[in-house]
Design a protein. Structure first.
Length: 602
């Protein structure tokens, strides 16, 4: 019977994945999927318009969809096309998230006036923009670590509004929705004549294009040859300026003008014709760029890590319930869900590696993905040996938590960002960064096994002697593994630092954090070997290892100092404090005598 449960659970998990891969149909008659795959250069990286839309929405409002005033739910690419081509309409969308009451007071707004009581449109904010700008300038004069929550909120909102306006000014100049009509009417005359008089229309276009080049966010126009040379991608404003001077307009600029005119005038057939014609040109001249953009857009739509989170939750619940009822059947079901969740996460990380052409860990977001992936991989190995659902439970919990952390880190913007110059080394990213991140994963895994040991012993009767012994062996083996990888990763980091900065060790906060992990794991092993701690002491020590590792992973970033600092994150700080307190609370349960634990004989 349990074998059939495994097969059935595997089919259910695969069905969940298959459903997540089904892409929604295009609304109306617009080929939004094709439009979303068009490439543009932003912040040094070539990305599809779909990615620009999604990352922009995350920065502006913390989610990837917008509800229009008429109640329609817009996809990210629909929202972006309206921002680019129908700015007056987009200004009425509830795009900006504001939750701070003092910031709302600046605009004389209440939560009830916003969509979902926290999202507001640019039209609603217009009257308070001068005061917002004044308050943001005052806040910028305060050291970042000393800013109040209000000061951080006004700076964040002003940056969001600037981003929104820069996107709007990428393809249309401020206040002129007839720009494309004027450009398209001039193009035949301009391209057919070697000398064109500088008419008032040309002068107006030159001035507006200059403004777009200065204010715009996107660089969507590739060079007419050698499109893969990213240094030659230009803004629409720069290309039009150059075209007016040389009497030759880049065909890509005219394509965007026709696409925009069709979208603005609600002409789906013309829109589709122009999008497909431009894609055909790109496919002919730079097929690799278009194919890569298509893969990234499909990856965005599939959202594999969200699917994995669902599967990890199912894994955890099935594993925990297996300790209470039907142990063999539920444990097999949990393992089936875990296999599929791990496979989906692996495919997601592999796709990111292919898109970046980098090793798996390049920033804080990808480190969260990889820490979870590494911990789950170790759990799979342990579950294959012990078959007690403990590995599945830990994998489900760790996999979900790390993907949840990654989700919140994604709110900071593009997660496939360009590498900083000092980090631009695939060799060291593949050696030092991967090795030390595996050390993080293993140390966390040991700590989560410690949590399972304590919580099962205190709150259930399922922790019998054989289970406790098995957990003790698992914790000990993982700590040995974690110590090795943390030590080797820290040494490799010193060698990289010597090559980059000319010194092996500088007592940087991040370096100290890595050293503390090595030292704490070494303390645990020596205490175990010396008989100073037994099973319960080992579990207690590895739980404290969660605090040590979280400090090295996130805490030192918030100090705002050192070569490895990623800046202060207000929300992350309080979550880190809550995590530390939770670990200390569990450790305090060790004060309860073993005889009073619900699991007898431990």
């Amino acid at each position: 019977m349990s074998k059939h449960v495994f097969s059935l659970s595997l089919l259910i998990a695969l069905a969940i994945v298959a459903i997540s891969l089904v892409r929604p149909k295009n609304p109306d008659a617009y080929d939004l999927r094709a439009a979303g795959e068009l490439p543009t250069l932003v912040n040094g990286r070539l990305k599809p318009l779909d990615t620009v839309a999604r990352t922009s929405l995350l920065l502006l409002q913390g989610r990837q969809r917008v509800v229009a005033p008429d109640g329609r739910t817009l996809s990210p690419i629909e929202w972006l096309l309206d921002v680019l081509y129908r700015p007056d309409l987009a200004n009425h969308y509830a795009t900006f998230e504001i939750v701070h009451p003092e910031v709302l007071a600046l605009f004389e707004l209440t939560p009830e006036e916003g969509a979902g009581k926290k999202r507001f449109s640019l039209v609603q904010l217009n009257k308070g923009l001068p005061e917002l700008d004044r308050q943001a300038k005052l806040a910028e004069n305060v050291d970042s670590a000393l800013r109040t929550s209000f000061q951080r909120a006004v700076i964040q909102l002003r940056e969001a509004i600037i981003l929104f306006q820069r996107i709007q000014n990428s393809l249309l100049p401020p206040g002129d929705e007839n720009y494309f009509d004027k450009l398209l009417s001039l193009a035949p005359t301009l391209n057919d004549s070697a000398s064109v008089a500088k008419t008032p229309l040309i002068q107006e276009l030159e001035q507006e294009s200059s403004t777009m080049d200065t204010l715009g966010y996107l660089l969507p126009i590739p060079p007419e040859s050698q499109m893969e040379n990213l240094a030659d991608w230009k803004s629409l404003g720069a290309v039009v300026q150059s075209g007016l001077a040389t009497h030759h307009l880049n065909p890509a600029a005219l394509s965007y003008a026709r696409i925009g005119s069709a979208w603005k005038n609600h002409q789906p057939e013309a829109f589709n014709v122009e999008v497909r014609a431009y894609r055909a040109k790109l496919d002919q001249d730079a097929p690799r760029l278009l194919a890569k953009g298509g893969i990234e857009a499909r990856f965005n739509a599939a959202q594999p890590f969200s699917t994995s989170m669902t599967l990890y939750v199912a894994t955890f619940l099935l594993a925990v319930f297996s300790w209470l009822k039907w142990p063999q059947s539920l444990a097999r079901a949990a393992f089936a869900f875990l296999l599929v969740a791990f496979a989906v996460t692996s495919l997601g990380i592999g796709t990111r590696m292919a898109l970046e052409n980098r090793p798996p860990v390049t920033n804080l977001y990808s480190s969260a993905l990889f820490v979870g992936w590494g911990a789950v991989a170790l759990c799979l190995v342990l579950e294959c040996f012990f078959k007690n659902a403990i590995g599945s439970a830990a994998a489900g919990l760790l996999g979900f938590c790390t993907l949840l952390i990654a989700h919140h880190l994604a709110l900071a913007g593009d997660t496939l960002e360009m590498m900083r110059a000092v980090l631009d080394s695939n060799f060291w990213l593949a050696t030092h960064v991967v090795t030390v991140t595996v050390g993080y994963a293993a140390t966390f895994l040991a700590g989560f096994f410690g949590l399972i040991y304590v919580l099962r012993g205190v709150f259930t009767r399922s922790l019998d002697r054989s289970t406790a012994d098995g957990l003790g062996r698992m914790i000990y083996g993982i700590v040995c593994f974690a110590t090795l990888f943390s030590f080797v990763g820290t040494v490799l980091g010193g060698i990289w630092a010597d090559q980059s900065w000319g010194r092996f060790w500088g007592w940087d906060p991040k370096e100290n954090g890595a050293l503390i992990i090595v030292m704490w794991n070494a303390v645990i092993l020596h205490a175990r070997w010396g008989g100073m701690i037994k099973q319960r002491g080992l579990a207690c020590a590895v739980i404290f290892g969660n605090i040590v590792t979280s400090w090295s992973w996130f805490g030192v970033n918030m100090l705002g100092v050192g070569l490895h600092s990623y800046g202060f994150m207000d929300a992350a700080f309080w979550w880190l404090i809550a995590f530390v307190v939770s670990q200390l609370v569990v450790i305090s349960l060790f004060a309860i005598p073993t005889t009073k634990w619900r699991s007898p004989g431990i």
